[in-house]
Design a protein around this ligand. Structure first.
Ligand SMILES: O=C[C@H](O)[C@H](O)[C@H](O)COP(=O)(O)O
Length: 159
């Protein structure tokens, strides 16, 4: 699988851990950065670029890693076509793929042991999208992004 990795200074060490681990597991991994520790490496440039790469490469997935994963997920979701979910345990990682077809996982390096983070990432990468009713909901958001027209509330839906 093609996987793009991005972080900020707080997620750098865990991001580098996954660069090695996922490469060893046979994945085609691209490190979007940062390349070394600098406390001024903020999450927006790296996480936006990671999401841009994922959206441009159909079938790929991404990990955006910071202290909490919150800002990283928010930054990735600014990219049109990106769907990033904060994955904070194995269940939310699986559901991010099954229900949301998330293309990127936001991970908080300060929230987990390395072993926990590995379990979360393994679950995210191994799970497929369920489709069905979940695709309808994703389409509502995609249409909103594309047209600027908010999804219809129940009373506004055509019958
Ligand atoms: O949501 C943002 C991330 O958790 C950042 O990694 C975090 O805010 C960085 O914090 P600090 O600048 O205190 O290391």
């Amino acid at each position: 699988m093609r996987i793009y990795l991005g972080s900020d200074h707080a997620g750098l060490e865990l991001k580098n851990h996954f660069l090695g681990r996922l490469t060893e597991l046979g994945h085609d991994v691209t490190d979007v950065g940062p390349g070394g520790y600098d406390p001024d490496d903020d999450y927006p440039p790296f996480c936006v670029e990671t999401a841009r790469r994922v959206v441009a490469d159909e079938g790929s997935l991404g990990l955006v890693i910071g202290g909490s994963g919150n800002g990283e997920q928010i930054a990735a979701n600014k990219v049109p076509g990106a769907r990033a979910a904060l994955t904070w345990n194995v269940d939310t990682a699986r559901l991010a793929r099954r229900h949301n077809n998330a293309l990127l996982a936001g991970i908080g390096a300060r929230m987990h042991t390395v072993e926990e983070a590995e379990r979360i990432v393994d679950a995210f990468l191994a799970t497929e999208f369920d489709g069905g009713r979940h695709q309808r909901r994703i389409d509502q958001l995609t249409d909103y992004e594309r047209t600027g027209q908010p999804p219809a509330l129940p009373g506004e839906r055509p019958v």
